[in-house]
Design a protein. Structure first.
Length: 503
């Protein structure tokens, strides 16, 4: 625990911090040239309903320590959920032994970019600790939404979910870093399914794959007007059964902000992970087409495309927002695409030298205390347009095109270059107006050609910081939340409809 006086932190005794410091001392005595320790106390609540019944309900807690060291120029890592001093000593010793064994086959010694050690205390800004709400209260809301969805004739399956996390961590390093962070995450959403014959259609709110997730308290649930939108969502799911099939051809398309957020995640976020570029990581998402020679030379998109990797609190309550990453580097904003030009990667202290950087970009994160930190997306966001522009104004300025909303499917190659996405719903645009409803919309393209086709993006009042809670990477797998801010945007001359050819 700590007290703060005029911005100066006065540390009070903390058993968790003492355990982390004990691990450092052990690692140093055993021969580590560098060591850090993360003690974590994590809690999670996950609730779901399905057709008027409780689908699942869990409330869990996890405590443990992860010790990361460099010895003889190589990494070692070990973790334990036994927080006795004897176990802490054994865990730190095991990390050093692994590092020394790894050093026997190393190709080169680990180089860490310098970082001034920080002493800090930070908590996610929130109004209501979600764990002060009862499970009964949470389920009551979900079951009301479930009932409202099923009140629409033709809805055959209703699903809802609500998730809370509190991740508290004590981080110390042999360089002197001493950081205590507590992060709160809230996620909530629902979906209506309509089944007829051999066809299933689905509408989700506020987004697919679990809804909207942010680093906030229970106030997020209150802000999203969940019950108020349930009937509309159910009606759209049923209407899609008799809607016309999305046409196939080349069209101008407008993507809503949530779909654009996933487009950013797959075709910008993953390929800028520097460990993938360097060949250090290839699980789940493959490698990257963004080889080092493309930095500050590749025309990634049109001049309207400005993308940043921003973990700072002022960017918003994204799932990639924090004060310090898992090696004690402060949250930063890194320009990724600037006026269409590729300008930056996601980096760590170990990889910064590969791009000539003198400091890490602060993107090393771990799913929990028992996982080795990896380079992960923070909030990878496209900046909104400078001129006032609403979605309806964007549609009004489009002669013939298709508006697509809410992701349904995605596919992208192992270098993040060729892609295909499907959305839950679409509307044809004729002479600046939405006309017929379209089912099974899809679009495909090549990453750089697609981003260079962007010719309009809505302004700040249309911008939303969406959460992607289940991004997988690494082996053993780590599931991490990322944030993606986006406004609706238009792309000219995109291939549409081939994903559902013949349906």
């Amino acid at each position: 625990m700590t007290r703060v006086f005029g911005g100066v932190i006065d540390w009070l005794p903390s058993p968790m911090r003492d355990l982390a410091l004990h691990a450092l001392n052990t690692a140093t005595v055993r021969g580590a040239s560098y060591a850090d320790a993360r003690v974590a106390d994590d809690r999670g609540r996950a609730l779901a309903t399905k057709n008027g019944k409780i689908g699942s309900a869990s409330d869990s807690e996890s405590q443990g320590i992860g010790v990361r060291v460099i010895a003889d120029g190589a990494w070692g890592f070990a973790a334990s959920d036994d927080l006795t001093k004897q176990s802490i000593e054994a865990t730190a010793a095991r990390a050093v032994a692994i590092a020394k064994a790894s050093a026997r086959v190393k190709q080169g010694s680990v180089q860490l970019a310098p970082e001034k050690p920080a002493t800090a205390e930070w908590t996610t800004p929130h109004q209501i600790d979600p764990f002060t709400t009862s499970i009964e209260q949470n389920l009551d809301l979900l079951l009301k939404i479930d009932a409202e969805l099923r009140s629409v004739a033709g809805v055959t399956l209703a699903e809802t979910n609500m998730n809370f996390r509190r991740d508290e961590q004590w981080f110390v390093s042999s360089e002197g870093a001493d950081i205590h962070q507590t992060k709160f995450t809230t996620g909530v959403g629902y979906a209506a399914h309509a089944f007829a014959g051999s066809e299933i259609q689905k509408r989700s709110y506020p987004n697919s794959y679990g809804g909207q997730w942010q680093n906030k308290g229970y106030e997020l649930v209150q802000e999203l007007k969940l019950l108020e939108n349930a009937r509309r969502v159910g009606e759209e799911a049923v209407a899609l059964l008799t809607a016309e099939q999305c046409p196939e051809g080349v069209f101008d398309i407008i993507l809503d902000g949530s779909q654009l957020g996933l487009q950013i995640h797959e075709s910008v976020g993953h390929p800028i992970e520097l460990d993938r570029v360097l060949g250090m990581e290839a699980n789940f998402a493959g490698t990257s087409f963004l080889t080092l020679d493309k930095l500050r030379t590749l025309r990634y998109g049109s001049e309207l495309v400005n993308v940043v990797a921003d973990a700072r609190q002022e960017h918003g309550p994204g799932l990639g927002t924090f004060a310090y990453d898992e090696e004690g580097v402060a949250a930063q904003c890194t320009p990724i695409i600037t006026d269409g030009l590729f300008t930056g990667y996601l980096s760590s202290r170990e990889t910064a030298h590969a791009i000539g950087a003198t400091r890490s970009g602060g993107t090393l994160r771990a799913e929990g205390w028992n996982r080795l930190p990896l380079i992960r997306m923070t909030n990878i966001s496209i900046l909104p347009g400078a001129k006032p522009l609403t979605l309806e104004q964007l549609i009004a300025s489009t002669d013939h095109g298709i508006y697509m909303e809410t992701n349904r499917s995605w596919s992208i190659d192992d270098k993040r270059y060729n892609f295909q996405f499907g959305t839950e719903i679409g509307w044809e645009i004729r002479d600046g107006k939405r006309t017929r409803l379209l089912k099974n919309p899809s679009y495909s393209g090549i990453t750089t050609e697609f981003w260079n086709a962007m010719d309009a993006i809505c302004s700040r009042d249309q911008w939303v910081l969406w959460g992607t809670p289940h991004c997988g990477k690494g082996q053993p797998q780590q599931v991490m939340g990322t944030g993606h801010g986006a406004s609706p945007a238009r792309f000219r001359g995109v291939k549409v409809g081939s994903a559902y050819r013949g349906t």
